[in-house]
Design a protein around this ligand. Structure first.
Ligand code: FAD
Length: 432
Protein backbone atom coordinates (compact mmCIF):
# COMPACT_ATOMS: atom_id res chain seq x y z
CA UNK A 1 0.00 0.00 0.00
CA UNK A 2 1.47 3.41 -0.92
CA UNK A 3 2.48 5.64 1.99
CA UNK A 4 0.43 8.59 0.65
CA UNK A 5 -2.97 9.05 -1.02
CA UNK A 6 -1.63 11.91 -3.13
CA UNK A 7 1.57 13.70 -3.98
CA UNK A 8 1.14 17.44 -4.39
CA UNK A 9 3.92 19.18 -6.31
CA UNK A 10 4.59 22.81 -5.35
CA UNK A 11 3.89 24.57 -2.05
CA UNK A 12 2.44 27.77 -3.55
CA UNK A 13 -1.19 28.74 -2.83
CA UNK A 14 -2.62 25.99 -5.09
CA UNK A 15 -0.48 23.14 -3.79
CA UNK A 16 -0.63 24.02 -0.11
CA UNK A 17 -4.41 24.41 -0.32
CA UNK A 18 -4.76 21.05 -2.12
CA UNK A 19 -2.62 19.23 0.47
CA UNK A 20 -4.33 21.11 3.34
CA UNK A 21 -7.82 20.19 2.07
CA UNK A 22 -6.79 16.53 1.69
CA UNK A 23 -5.49 16.45 5.26
CA UNK A 24 -8.73 18.04 6.50
CA UNK A 25 -10.63 15.24 4.71
CA UNK A 26 -8.49 12.64 6.54
CA UNK A 27 -6.32 11.76 3.51
CA UNK A 28 -2.53 11.43 3.52
CA UNK A 29 -0.92 14.15 1.42
CA UNK A 30 2.76 14.59 0.62
CA UNK A 31 3.63 18.18 -0.39
CA UNK A 32 6.89 18.57 -2.32
CA UNK A 33 8.56 21.95 -2.75
CA UNK A 34 11.75 22.67 -4.66
CA UNK A 35 12.56 25.79 -2.62
CA UNK A 36 14.44 25.79 0.66
CA UNK A 37 11.11 26.69 2.23
CA UNK A 38 7.63 27.35 0.78
CA UNK A 39 7.66 30.82 -0.72
CA UNK A 40 11.45 31.06 -0.95
CA UNK A 41 11.14 31.29 -4.74
CA UNK A 42 7.72 32.94 -4.97
CA UNK A 43 6.65 36.48 -5.78
CA UNK A 44 3.55 38.31 -6.98
CA UNK A 45 2.19 41.88 -7.13
CA UNK A 46 0.23 41.60 -5.03
CA UNK A 47 -3.09 41.46 -3.40
CA UNK A 48 -4.94 38.34 -2.39
CA UNK A 49 -8.68 38.81 -2.79
CA UNK A 50 -10.50 38.23 0.51
CA UNK A 51 -11.66 34.76 -0.58
CA UNK A 52 -13.39 32.01 1.40
CA UNK A 53 -11.24 28.98 0.58
CA UNK A 54 -8.54 29.37 3.26
CA UNK A 55 -11.11 30.40 5.88
CA UNK A 56 -12.92 27.10 5.28
CA UNK A 57 -9.72 25.15 5.94
CA UNK A 58 -8.55 27.26 8.83
CA UNK A 59 -11.31 29.17 10.65
CA UNK A 60 -9.98 32.60 11.68
CA UNK A 61 -7.54 32.52 8.76
CA UNK A 62 -7.86 36.22 7.96
CA UNK A 63 -7.30 37.19 11.61
CA UNK A 64 -4.12 35.14 11.89
CA UNK A 65 -2.50 35.16 8.44
CA UNK A 66 0.63 37.31 8.08
CA UNK A 67 -0.82 39.79 5.59
CA UNK A 68 0.72 43.24 5.26
CA UNK A 69 -2.17 45.67 4.75
CA UNK A 70 -5.90 45.47 4.03
CA UNK A 71 -6.74 47.29 0.84
CA UNK A 72 -9.10 50.23 1.16
CA UNK A 73 -8.09 52.18 -1.94
CA UNK A 74 -7.78 51.06 -5.57
CA UNK A 75 -6.57 53.43 -8.23
CA UNK A 76 -6.42 52.90 -11.99
CA UNK A 77 -4.26 55.43 -13.84
CA UNK A 78 -3.92 55.93 -17.58
CA UNK A 79 -0.54 57.47 -18.24
CA UNK A 80 -0.13 59.79 -21.24
CA UNK A 81 3.12 61.30 -22.51
CA UNK A 82 2.81 64.38 -20.31
CA UNK A 83 -0.05 63.82 -17.91
CA UNK A 84 -2.01 61.05 -16.25
CA UNK A 85 -5.68 60.47 -15.52
CA UNK A 86 -6.87 58.35 -12.59
CA UNK A 87 -10.00 56.62 -11.43
CA UNK A 88 -9.92 56.19 -7.66
CA UNK A 89 -12.14 53.93 -5.61
CA UNK A 90 -12.02 54.31 -1.84
CA UNK A 91 -14.30 52.51 0.57
CA UNK A 92 -16.04 54.01 3.61
CA UNK A 93 -16.22 50.46 4.93
CA UNK A 94 -12.46 50.61 5.40
CA UNK A 95 -11.40 49.04 8.68
CA UNK A 96 -14.81 47.60 9.45
CA UNK A 97 -14.52 44.54 7.24
CA UNK A 98 -12.05 43.16 4.69
CA UNK A 99 -13.21 44.99 1.61
CA UNK A 100 -11.18 44.12 -1.45
CA UNK A 101 -8.29 42.03 -0.19
CA UNK A 102 -4.94 41.94 1.53
CA UNK A 103 -1.42 42.69 0.35
CA UNK A 104 1.09 39.96 1.15
CA UNK A 105 4.77 39.22 1.02
CA UNK A 106 4.89 35.71 -0.45
CA UNK A 107 8.11 34.42 1.19
CA UNK A 108 6.46 35.04 4.59
CA UNK A 109 2.86 34.18 3.68
CA UNK A 110 3.52 30.93 1.76
CA UNK A 111 5.76 29.63 4.54
CA UNK A 112 3.19 30.39 7.25
CA UNK A 113 0.35 28.82 5.21
CA UNK A 114 2.33 25.62 4.55
CA UNK A 115 3.15 25.39 8.27
CA UNK A 116 -0.59 25.49 9.04
CA UNK A 117 -1.12 22.69 6.49
CA UNK A 118 1.61 20.74 8.24
CA UNK A 119 -0.14 21.27 11.59
CA UNK A 120 -3.23 19.70 9.96
CA UNK A 121 -1.28 16.54 9.03
CA UNK A 122 0.36 17.29 5.66
CA UNK A 123 3.87 15.86 5.17
CA UNK A 124 5.97 18.69 3.72
CA UNK A 125 9.31 18.03 2.03
CA UNK A 126 11.31 21.09 0.94
CA UNK A 127 14.48 21.26 -1.19
CA UNK A 128 12.82 18.53 -3.24
CA UNK A 129 12.79 19.11 -7.00
CA UNK A 130 10.29 16.99 -8.94
CA UNK A 131 11.90 16.14 -12.27
CA UNK A 132 9.13 14.18 -13.94
CA UNK A 133 6.24 11.76 -13.69
CA UNK A 134 6.16 8.01 -13.24
CA UNK A 135 3.69 6.74 -15.85
CA UNK A 136 2.67 3.09 -16.32
CA UNK A 137 -0.11 1.71 -18.52
CA UNK A 138 -1.24 5.22 -19.46
CA UNK A 139 -1.72 6.27 -15.83
CA UNK A 140 0.33 8.65 -13.68
CA UNK A 141 1.58 6.66 -10.68
CA UNK A 142 4.04 9.00 -8.98
CA UNK A 143 6.94 11.38 -9.45
CA UNK A 144 10.69 11.28 -9.99
CA UNK A 145 12.57 13.54 -7.62
CA UNK A 146 16.16 14.63 -7.31
CA UNK A 147 18.10 14.02 -4.10
CA UNK A 148 16.45 10.71 -3.06
CA UNK A 149 18.23 7.39 -3.19
CA UNK A 150 15.76 5.65 -5.56
CA UNK A 151 14.47 8.94 -6.96
CA UNK A 152 10.84 7.75 -7.14
CA UNK A 153 7.78 8.37 -4.94
CA UNK A 154 4.48 6.70 -5.85
CA UNK A 155 0.87 7.48 -4.86
CA UNK A 156 -2.56 6.94 -6.48
CA UNK A 157 -2.88 10.62 -7.48
CA UNK A 158 -0.40 13.37 -8.36
CA UNK A 159 -1.63 16.98 -8.13
CA UNK A 160 0.62 19.29 -10.15
CA UNK A 161 0.63 22.76 -8.59
CA UNK A 162 4.08 23.59 -9.86
CA UNK A 163 3.28 26.99 -11.33
CA UNK A 164 2.99 28.39 -14.82
CA UNK A 165 5.97 26.59 -16.34
CA UNK A 166 4.47 23.22 -15.33
CA UNK A 167 6.60 20.59 -16.97
CA UNK A 168 4.38 17.98 -15.33
CA UNK A 169 1.16 19.16 -17.03
CA UNK A 170 3.01 19.00 -20.33
CA UNK A 171 4.43 15.54 -19.60
CA UNK A 172 0.93 14.29 -18.70
CA UNK A 173 -0.20 15.40 -22.16
CA UNK A 174 -2.53 18.21 -21.05
CA UNK A 175 -0.78 20.68 -23.37
CA UNK A 176 2.18 20.76 -25.68
CA UNK A 177 3.85 23.90 -24.35
CA UNK A 178 2.35 27.34 -23.85
CA UNK A 179 2.92 29.87 -26.63
CA UNK A 180 4.54 33.27 -25.91
CA UNK A 181 1.15 34.88 -26.72
CA UNK A 182 -0.37 32.98 -23.78
CA UNK A 183 2.18 34.21 -21.26
CA UNK A 184 3.15 37.48 -19.63
CA UNK A 185 6.33 38.38 -17.82
CA UNK A 186 6.19 40.25 -14.53
CA UNK A 187 9.27 42.07 -13.25
CA UNK A 188 9.05 43.56 -9.82
CA UNK A 189 11.17 45.60 -7.43
CA UNK A 190 10.57 45.95 -3.71
CA UNK A 191 11.37 49.36 -2.19
CA UNK A 192 11.75 49.64 1.57
CA UNK A 193 10.26 52.78 3.13
CA UNK A 194 9.70 53.65 6.77
CA UNK A 195 6.12 52.64 7.71
CA UNK A 196 5.19 56.08 9.09
CA UNK A 197 6.60 57.83 6.02
CA UNK A 198 4.72 55.45 3.70
CA UNK A 199 1.47 56.21 5.58
CA UNK A 200 2.09 59.97 5.40
CA UNK A 201 3.06 59.93 1.73
CA UNK A 202 0.01 57.95 0.62
CA UNK A 203 -2.46 59.25 3.19
CA UNK A 204 -3.00 55.83 4.83
CA UNK A 205 -3.72 55.04 8.46
CA UNK A 206 -2.76 51.98 10.51
CA UNK A 207 -2.88 48.86 8.35
CA UNK A 208 -4.83 50.52 5.49
CA UNK A 209 -3.36 49.73 2.09
CA UNK A 210 -3.68 50.83 -1.52
CA UNK A 211 -3.19 49.31 -4.94
CA UNK A 212 -2.28 51.39 -7.98
CA UNK A 213 -2.58 49.94 -11.50
CA UNK A 214 -1.25 51.79 -14.54
CA UNK A 215 -1.90 51.58 -18.27
CA UNK A 216 0.13 53.39 -20.92
CA UNK A 217 3.46 53.33 -19.09
CA UNK A 218 5.10 50.40 -20.89
CA UNK A 219 6.46 52.29 -23.90
CA UNK A 220 3.71 50.93 -26.12
CA UNK A 221 4.44 47.29 -25.22
CA UNK A 222 1.19 45.48 -24.39
CA UNK A 223 0.91 45.31 -20.60
CA UNK A 224 0.56 47.38 -17.48
CA UNK A 225 2.25 48.27 -14.25
CA UNK A 226 1.48 48.37 -10.55
CA UNK A 227 2.42 49.77 -7.17
CA UNK A 228 1.10 47.89 -4.12
CA UNK A 229 1.62 48.94 -0.52
CA UNK A 230 3.08 46.49 1.94
CA UNK A 231 3.63 47.41 5.61
CA UNK A 232 6.96 49.17 5.20
CA UNK A 233 7.65 48.67 1.51
CA UNK A 234 6.22 49.30 -1.94
CA UNK A 235 5.97 46.52 -4.49
CA UNK A 236 6.53 48.12 -7.90
CA UNK A 237 6.32 46.15 -11.13
CA UNK A 238 5.59 45.89 -14.80
CA UNK A 239 3.69 43.01 -16.45
CA UNK A 240 4.04 42.68 -20.23
CA UNK A 241 2.91 40.16 -22.83
CA UNK A 242 5.83 37.93 -23.73
CA UNK A 243 5.22 38.01 -27.50
CA UNK A 244 5.03 41.83 -27.54
CA UNK A 245 8.23 42.06 -25.53
CA UNK A 246 10.06 39.78 -27.96
CA UNK A 247 8.73 41.68 -30.99
CA UNK A 248 9.80 45.05 -29.59
CA UNK A 249 13.17 43.74 -28.36
CA UNK A 250 12.95 45.77 -25.16
CA UNK A 251 14.62 44.49 -21.98
CA UNK A 252 11.96 44.11 -19.26
CA UNK A 253 14.21 45.70 -16.62
CA UNK A 254 14.50 48.83 -18.82
CA UNK A 255 10.69 49.08 -18.79
CA UNK A 256 10.69 48.71 -15.00
CA UNK A 257 13.39 51.33 -14.62
CA UNK A 258 11.53 53.83 -16.77
CA UNK A 259 8.30 53.14 -14.82
CA UNK A 260 10.12 53.64 -11.51
CA UNK A 261 11.40 57.01 -12.74
CA UNK A 262 8.06 58.10 -14.26
CA UNK A 263 6.15 61.17 -13.05
CA UNK A 264 3.35 59.31 -11.21
CA UNK A 265 5.73 56.89 -9.45
CA UNK A 266 9.04 58.64 -8.73
CA UNK A 267 7.65 60.90 -5.95
CA UNK A 268 6.28 57.84 -4.11
CA UNK A 269 9.72 56.24 -4.07
CA UNK A 270 11.82 59.22 -3.05
CA UNK A 271 14.33 58.09 -0.42
CA UNK A 272 13.10 54.47 -0.55
CA UNK A 273 15.74 51.72 -0.55
CA UNK A 274 15.71 49.10 -3.31
CA UNK A 275 15.56 45.79 -1.42
CA UNK A 276 14.94 43.13 -4.07
CA UNK A 277 14.37 42.43 -7.76
CA UNK A 278 12.48 39.43 -9.13
CA UNK A 279 10.79 38.19 -12.29
CA UNK A 280 8.10 35.59 -12.90
CA UNK A 281 5.93 34.37 -15.78
CA UNK A 282 2.15 34.25 -15.54
CA UNK A 283 -0.56 32.71 -17.71
CA UNK A 284 -2.55 35.26 -19.71
CA UNK A 285 -4.37 33.06 -22.18
CA UNK A 286 -7.09 32.22 -19.65
CA UNK A 287 -9.91 29.82 -20.41
CA UNK A 288 -8.58 28.81 -23.80
CA UNK A 289 -5.10 27.71 -22.71
CA UNK A 290 -5.94 24.22 -21.41
CA UNK A 291 -8.84 22.12 -22.64
CA UNK A 292 -8.52 19.63 -19.74
CA UNK A 293 -7.06 19.76 -16.26
CA UNK A 294 -7.18 16.07 -15.40
CA UNK A 295 -5.85 12.74 -16.67
CA UNK A 296 -5.59 9.23 -15.22
CA UNK A 297 -3.94 9.59 -11.79
CA UNK A 298 -3.26 13.27 -12.42
CA UNK A 299 -4.75 16.70 -11.66
CA UNK A 300 -3.41 20.17 -12.29
CA UNK A 301 -4.22 23.26 -10.16
CA UNK A 302 -3.44 26.97 -10.06
CA UNK A 303 -1.12 28.61 -12.60
CA UNK A 304 -0.03 25.16 -13.81
CA UNK A 305 -3.60 24.86 -15.10
CA UNK A 306 -3.54 28.45 -16.48
CA UNK A 307 -6.11 29.51 -13.88
CA UNK A 308 -5.23 33.20 -13.69
CA UNK A 309 -6.59 36.28 -15.47
CA UNK A 310 -6.56 40.02 -15.77
CA UNK A 311 -9.21 42.18 -17.41
CA UNK A 312 -7.24 45.40 -17.07
CA UNK A 313 -9.17 46.38 -13.94
CA UNK A 314 -8.52 43.40 -11.66
CA UNK A 315 -5.79 40.80 -11.48
CA UNK A 316 -6.67 37.46 -9.91
CA UNK A 317 -4.52 34.37 -9.62
CA UNK A 318 -3.82 33.47 -6.01
CA UNK A 319 -7.49 33.09 -5.07
CA UNK A 320 -8.13 30.95 -8.17
CA UNK A 321 -5.10 28.85 -7.25
CA UNK A 322 -6.47 28.25 -3.75
CA UNK A 323 -9.99 27.47 -4.97
CA UNK A 324 -8.74 25.05 -7.65
CA UNK A 325 -6.44 23.38 -5.09
CA UNK A 326 -9.42 22.76 -2.84
CA UNK A 327 -11.45 21.29 -5.73
CA UNK A 328 -8.53 19.10 -6.84
CA UNK A 329 -8.31 17.74 -3.29
CA UNK A 330 -12.04 16.97 -3.27
CA UNK A 331 -11.86 15.06 -6.57
CA UNK A 332 -8.69 13.23 -5.47
CA UNK A 333 -10.14 12.17 -2.09
CA UNK A 334 -13.32 10.86 -3.74
CA UNK A 335 -11.43 8.94 -6.44
CA UNK A 336 -8.94 7.42 -3.99
CA UNK A 337 -11.84 6.51 -1.67
CA UNK A 338 -13.60 4.78 -4.58
CA UNK A 339 -10.37 2.94 -5.49
CA UNK A 340 -10.62 4.31 -9.04
CA UNK A 341 -8.30 7.11 -10.18
CA UNK A 342 -9.11 6.71 -13.87
CA UNK A 343 -9.35 9.74 -16.16
CA UNK A 344 -13.11 9.34 -16.11
CA UNK A 345 -13.49 9.57 -12.35
CA UNK A 346 -10.92 12.32 -11.92
CA UNK A 347 -12.67 14.39 -14.58
CA UNK A 348 -15.08 15.23 -11.73
CA UNK A 349 -12.46 17.92 -11.04
CA UNK A 350 -13.06 19.55 -14.46
CA UNK A 351 -16.78 19.52 -13.69
CA UNK A 352 -16.21 21.11 -10.26
CA UNK A 353 -14.05 23.80 -11.85
CA UNK A 354 -16.59 24.45 -14.63
CA UNK A 355 -19.31 24.88 -12.05
CA UNK A 356 -17.31 27.27 -9.86
CA UNK A 357 -16.46 30.98 -10.02
CA UNK A 358 -12.99 29.95 -11.26
CA UNK A 359 -13.99 28.88 -14.78
CA UNK A 360 -17.01 31.18 -14.83
CA UNK A 361 -14.79 34.24 -14.18
CA UNK A 362 -12.22 33.07 -16.72
CA UNK A 363 -15.00 32.72 -19.30
CA UNK A 364 -16.61 36.05 -18.34
CA UNK A 365 -13.32 37.85 -18.99
CA UNK A 366 -12.15 35.75 -21.93
CA UNK A 367 -12.99 38.49 -24.43
CA UNK A 368 -11.41 41.16 -22.21
CA UNK A 369 -8.17 39.19 -22.37
CA UNK A 370 -8.34 39.22 -26.15
CA UNK A 371 -9.33 42.93 -26.15
CA UNK A 372 -6.17 43.74 -24.21
CA UNK A 373 -4.10 42.28 -27.01
CA UNK A 374 -4.77 45.40 -29.12
CA UNK A 375 -1.55 47.44 -29.27
CA UNK A 376 -3.49 50.71 -29.52
CA UNK A 377 -4.76 50.26 -25.93
CA UNK A 378 -1.26 50.93 -24.64
CA UNK A 379 -0.15 53.89 -26.77
CA UNK A 380 -2.91 55.51 -28.82
CA UNK A 381 -5.72 55.52 -26.23
CA UNK A 382 -3.60 56.91 -23.35
CA UNK A 383 -2.68 59.76 -25.74
CA UNK A 384 -6.33 60.35 -26.69
CA UNK A 385 -7.39 60.37 -23.03
CA UNK A 386 -4.61 62.83 -22.24
CA UNK A 387 -5.71 65.07 -25.13
CA UNK A 388 -9.36 64.97 -24.07
CA UNK A 389 -8.68 65.66 -20.37
CA UNK A 390 -6.35 68.53 -21.20
CA UNK A 391 -8.89 70.12 -23.53
CA UNK A 392 -11.63 69.75 -20.87
CA UNK A 393 -9.52 71.46 -18.22
CA UNK A 394 -7.86 74.07 -20.48
CA UNK A 395 -9.18 77.58 -19.97
CA UNK A 396 -7.63 79.94 -22.49
CA UNK A 397 -10.24 82.63 -22.97
CA UNK A 398 -11.86 80.87 -25.94
CA UNK A 399 -15.49 79.69 -25.71
CA UNK A 400 -15.87 76.18 -24.20
CA UNK A 401 -17.10 73.28 -26.34
CA UNK A 402 -19.14 70.22 -25.46
CA UNK A 403 -17.24 67.02 -24.76
CA UNK A 404 -18.23 65.34 -28.07
CA UNK A 405 -16.75 68.28 -30.01
CA UNK A 406 -13.62 68.27 -27.91
CA UNK A 407 -13.32 64.53 -28.57
CA UNK A 408 -13.61 65.10 -32.32
CA UNK A 409 -10.75 67.58 -32.18
CA UNK A 410 -8.55 65.20 -30.17
CA UNK A 411 -9.17 62.19 -32.43
CA UNK A 412 -8.71 64.09 -35.74
CA UNK A 413 -5.44 63.13 -37.39
CA UNK A 414 -4.56 60.56 -34.71
CA UNK A 415 -6.97 57.67 -35.32
CA UNK A 416 -9.49 56.59 -37.94
CA UNK A 417 -13.19 56.50 -37.12
CA UNK A 418 -13.29 52.95 -38.42
CA UNK A 419 -10.70 51.88 -35.89
CA UNK A 420 -12.47 53.68 -33.04
CA UNK A 421 -15.75 52.06 -33.99
CA UNK A 422 -14.18 48.60 -34.16
CA UNK A 423 -12.46 49.05 -30.80
CA UNK A 424 -15.64 50.49 -29.28
CA UNK A 425 -17.69 47.49 -30.36
CA UNK A 426 -14.99 45.10 -29.09
CA UNK A 427 -14.87 46.96 -25.76
CA UNK A 428 -18.64 46.73 -25.45
CA UNK A 429 -18.61 43.00 -26.17
CA UNK A 430 -15.76 42.43 -23.71
CA UNK A 431 -16.96 44.44 -20.74
CA UNK A 432 -20.70 45.15 -20.99
C1 FAD B 1 4.23 40.06 -11.28
C2 FAD B 1 3.04 39.28 -10.81
C3 FAD B 1 2.03 39.92 -10.12
C4 FAD B 1 0.91 39.19 -9.68
N1 FAD B 1 -0.04 39.83 -8.95
C5 FAD B 1 -1.09 39.14 -8.46
C6 FAD B 1 -2.04 39.77 -7.61
O1 FAD B 1 -1.93 40.95 -7.27
N2 FAD B 1 -3.08 39.03 -7.14
C7 FAD B 1 -3.21 37.70 -7.46
O2 FAD B 1 -4.17 37.06 -6.99
N3 FAD B 1 -2.33 37.08 -8.27
C8 FAD B 1 -1.26 37.76 -8.77
N4 FAD B 1 -0.34 37.12 -9.54
C9 FAD B 1 -0.58 35.73 -9.92
C10 FAD B 1 -0.27 34.78 -8.76
O3 FAD B 1 1.04 35.00 -8.29
C11 FAD B 1 -0.39 33.33 -9.24
O4 FAD B 1 -1.61 33.15 -9.90
C12 FAD B 1 -0.29 32.36 -8.06
O5 FAD B 1 0.94 32.48 -7.40
C13 FAD B 1 -0.46 30.92 -8.57
O6 FAD B 1 -0.24 30.03 -7.51
P1 FAD B 1 0.28 28.55 -7.78
O7 FAD B 1 0.33 27.89 -6.45
O8 FAD B 1 -0.49 27.94 -8.86
O9 FAD B 1 1.76 28.72 -8.37
P2 FAD B 1 3.06 29.37 -7.73
O10 FAD B 1 2.71 30.45 -6.79
O11 FAD B 1 3.94 29.68 -8.88
O12 FAD B 1 3.69 28.19 -6.88
C14 FAD B 1 4.28 27.07 -7.50
C15 FAD B 1 5.17 26.37 -6.47
O13 FAD B 1 5.68 25.18 -7.04
C16 FAD B 1 7.06 25.08 -6.78
N5 FAD B 1 7.62 24.25 -7.84
C17 FAD B 1 7.69 24.54 -9.17
N6 FAD B 1 8.23 23.55 -9.86
C18 FAD B 1 8.51 22.58 -8.96
C19 FAD B 1 9.10 21.29 -9.08
N7 FAD B 1 9.47 20.79 -10.26
N8 FAD B 1 9.27 20.56 -7.95
C20 FAD B 1 8.89 21.05 -6.73
N9 FAD B 1 8.32 22.26 -6.57
C21 FAD B 1 8.14 23.01 -7.68
C22 FAD B 1 7.53 26.52 -6.77
O14 FAD B 1 8.77 26.68 -6.09
C23 FAD B 1 6.37 27.21 -6.07
O15 FAD B 1 6.50 27.18 -4.67
C24 FAD B 1 0.80 37.82 -9.97
C25 FAD B 1 1.82 37.16 -10.67
C26 FAD B 1 2.94 37.88 -11.07
C27 FAD B 1 4.05 37.16 -11.77
Amino acid sequence: MPEFDAIVVGAGPAGTTAAFAMARAGARALLLERGEWPGAKNMFGGMLVACETPERLLPGFWDDAPWERYVTRRVLTVVGPESSTSLKHESQRAGKEPYAGYTLYRPVFDRWYAERARDAGVTLLCDCMVEGLVVRDGQVRGVRVSGRADGVIEAPVVIAADGVVSLLAKEAGLHDGFKPGDLALGVRALFQLDEGELDRRLGLRGREGATYEFLGCTEGVRGGAFVYTQLDSLSVGVVVHLDALTERRIAPYDLLESFVGSAPVAPLLQGARLAEYSAHLLPEGGASMLPRRSAAGFLVAGDAGALCYTNGLTFEGMNLAMASGEMAAKAAVEAVGAGDVSAELLSAYDALLDDSFVMKDLKTWKRAGAFLKRDQMFALYPQLIEGLMESIYRSDGRPKQRIARLGLGVVRGRASWRQLLKDGIAAGRSYL
